[in-house]
Write a protein that binds this ligand. Structure first.
Ligand SMILES: Nc1nc2c(c(=O)[nH]1)N[C@H]1C(S)=C(S)[C@@H](COP(=O)(O)O)O[C@H]1N2
Ligand SMILES: [Mo]
Length: 165
């Protein structure tokens, strides 16, 4: 019995440690108001068109990130974009969830190329290398913001939701 408890405790501790260091999830799910829910791995992302985004860190130092634009991910998942992003669809928002349960939202329109030229990406590299320890494997990068609080790291899920009542 003691052995079983010890084993159970060890496995729980390992799971917790993996979650802390971000090694638990090596994929991002795209769900909610989509026609084709996706689970994207690093290999899936590397097969998609690449985009870059420059953003300053908390210290004010700029970094160049690369990955796949949320717009291209949304195209693949079947999210309403462009001409279809009107009427009730303007009440849709994007909820990004991270391994530490940090969450940020965007309105769908603020990520759409028919509304803005700003390209928000799901980055898997910084300065051409995998993301620094504890911030990968995937990080949302929002260029042009005054602070990097929405550059959420260890992203596990991106869900499209409807705010409309
Ligand atoms: N998953 C996750 N992402 C996060 C945070 C967090 O607590 N959890 N903090 C945010 C905040 S408040 C800031 S200021 C930046 C810090 O990023 P930097 O280390 O690149 O400056 O990360 C953002 N991304
Ligand atoms: Mo912050």
């Amino acid at each position: 019995m003691k052995k079983i408890l010890a084993l159970l405790f060890t496995s729980l501790a390992i799971t917790a440690a993996a979650q802390q260091s971000g090694t638990a999830r090596q994929s991002v799910t795209i769900g909610g108001e989509v026609t084709a829910p996706l689970t994207l791995t690093a290999a899936d992302l590397s097969a998609m068109p690449r985009s870059t985004a420059v953003s300053k860190d908390k210290q004010g130092t700029p970094h160049t990130f690369s990955g796949v634009s949320l717009a291209d991910i949304f195209k693949k998942a079947g999210v309403t974009t462009g001409r279809d992003l009107r009427g009730d669809n303007l009440a849709k928002y994007v909820l990004v969830t991270c391994a530490d349960n940090y969450q940020v939202v965007f309105s769908l329109a603020e990520l759409d190329s028919s509304f803005t030229d700003r390209v928000v990406i799901l980055a898997d590299q910084m300065e051409g290398k995998p993301l620094p320890a504890g911030t990968g494997p995937f990080r949302v990068i929002v260029p042009g913001e005054k602070k990097p609080a929405r550059n959420c790291f260890q992203v596990t899920a991106i869900d499209i939701k409807f705010a409309k009542k």
